[in-house]
Design a binder for this molecule. Structure first.
Ligand SMILES: NC(=O)CCCC[C@@H]1SC[C@@H]2NC(=O)N[C@@H]21
Length: 478
């Protein structure tokens, strides 16, 4: 088919009581059934509304804050999909698997693809030099059941977040794909989206049309809020992305969406209430073949042609999410500005509807290694509102603004082809259809921005440099 209907469910997960001691398998299943009761309601509703596939969040069935031991009763042995298994009709073929059985039946009874995140356990012994001392591998795992209830995909999360000490890293990254009547699908989980493997491999080498993305994403302004970064990744990579986040406002976890290369089809961001939310939208099955699909971008082409007027004397430093940026202030209601850091120069042309005395904006550049909660090379050009008129606050998280822009055009001398374009309006709102990236690498508004601007950013990931990362210091040397 040319199009299909996608659903994502942002789920307010029911958490187990925090404990280091493992609960009984019955208690673990009772908690998981409570979450699956809620997910089943969303799956039924999505199917009734015609959805072909639904994505549910990372940790959406058992929550978090586990030790390696305390998660064990929640795990099941998940076989590779090659076994052709429908757990709903043959539940005990590979030992007890009540969670897989129930997910499979939800898919089968509602004739819909169901994507969920659960835990896999794989016994091992001393013949395997990597086998953990407790005799098992434990993996953070996504599963996909087709509309017959057959297990068609199993993916072990490769880039575990720093807090996930209950799980093992898979030895190799897996590029997991499956074909459907509405395009080729790939899958990865949460923190994976910041890295080359498997995320970029799925798109560039395996040529998937749509990525399934269960996540438990804590929002970090100004660049790494879920709806902002995930929609930008879909645009930069030119694929559909179905992002289902966990909902827990005390951890800043909210923000799910159905994203296409030309912008969000639908999204939700809700820091006000603790309820779940179902999103449904129609997508192109093959977005790269669509007439709306943009041609390849030469990211540095425009910026390299700009002649720089000397203005370094007005630059100053500031911190954004632990990284030291170089900033320059937008002192006039409109004009052209440049700021550079190392090899990256960022150019901005802009016009405000009116320059306000109570709000300050800066143009910023960062070219270097981010080292907190994981290490990754970044090249970032950004126009952002400072928290107050004190320049020392530039880079601190800001959610609202009053300044209206007539136009903006942001570009940079990027050394990477992987640049994710973000536009965030006041109130953590996206701007679908209101901006575009030109072939020469300029991020521009298409129409006059309909809301005040908080951030306009070109977020570049320089994967090619990641091999230069330092190994973390052994504890003895700290
Ligand atoms: N569940 C995960 O894999 C972790 C979520 C990723 C969170 C993103 S990555 C860098 C930022 N740090 C955060 O706390 N949130 C952002």
């Amino acid at each position: 088919s040319d199009t299909f209907i996608a659903a994502v469910y942002e789920h307010a997960v029911i958490l187990p009581d925090p404990t280091d001691k493992p609960v009984s398998p019955d208690d673990a299943l009772a908690l998981m059934n409570k979450n699956m009761d809620v997910l089943e309601g969303a799956i039924k509703e999505a199917a009734q509304q015609g959805a072909h596939i639904i994505v549910t969040p990372e940790d959406g069935i058992y929550g978090w804050q586990f030790t390696r031991e305390s998660i064990y009763p929640y795990l099941e042995d998940i076989p590779a999909p090659v076994v052709n298994w429908i757990p709903c009709t043959d539940p005990s073929r590979f030992g007890p698997a009540p969670v897989q059985e129930r997910l499979s039946c939800m898919a089968r009874n509602n004739s819909i693809y169901v994507v969920a995140n659960i835990g896999d356990k794989k016994p091992c012994n001393s013949s395997d030099p990597g086998c953990p001392s407790d005799g098992r591998y434990q993996y953070n795992t996504d599963v996909v059941f087709d509309p017959e209830g057959k297990l068609v995909a199993r993916y072990h999360k490769y880039n575990l977040f720093t807090t996930e000490t209950q799980f093992n890293y898979p030895k190799e990254p897996e590029a997991v794909t499956f074909e459907t009547p509405f395009g080729k699908f790939g899958i990865f989980t949460c923190f994976d989206i910041l890295f080359h493997e498997p995320a970029v491999v799925l798109v560039s080498k395996m040529q998937v049309d749509t990525v399934l993305f269960p996540t438990a994403w804590m929002n970090v302004l100004p660049f790494l809020t879920a709806v902002e970064f995930h929609s930008a990744w879909a645009m930069g990579m030119r694929v559909n992305l179905l992002a289902a986040n966990t909902h827990k406002t005390s951890l800043a976890m909210t923000g799910s969406g159905i994203y296409a290369p030309d912008g969000a089809r639908t999204y939700s961001y809700n820091m006000k209430t603790e309820d779940g939310h179902l999103l449904i939208a129609e997508l192109d099955a093959h977005p790269c073949l669509s007439p709306a699909s943009p041609p390849a971008v030469s990211w540095s082409s425009y910026a390299l042609s700009v002649k720089r007027l000397s203005q370094d004397d007005r630059d100053f430093k500031g911190i954004i999410f632990h990284d030291q940026f170089t900033f320059t202030e937008l002192t006039k209601p409109g004009g052209n500005l440049t700021v550079c850091q190392k090899d990256l120069c960022c150019h901005l042309s802009y016009k405000m509807a009116g320059k306000r005395d109570d709000e300050v904006y800066v143009l910023g550049a960062f070219d270097g290694l981010h080292v907190v909660e994981g290490q990754y090379y970044l090249q970032i050009c950004t126009l952002l509102k400072c928290k107050s008129t004190d320049l020392d606050t530039c880079g601190q998280p800001v959610e609202t603004a009053e300044t209206e822009f007539e136009m903006f055009s942001l570009s940079g001398t990027f050394g990477t082809n992987y640049v994710f374009p973000e536009v965030l309006y006041s109130g953590v709102q996206l701007a679908p259809g209101e901006f575009e990236v030109l072939n020469d690498g300029r991020l521009i508004n298409k129409t006059k921005p309909t809301k005040p601007v908080v951030t306009v950013t070109l977020f570049g990931r320089w994967y090619e440099n990641d091999h230069l990362k330092q190994d973390p210091q052994p504890a003895a040397f700290l």
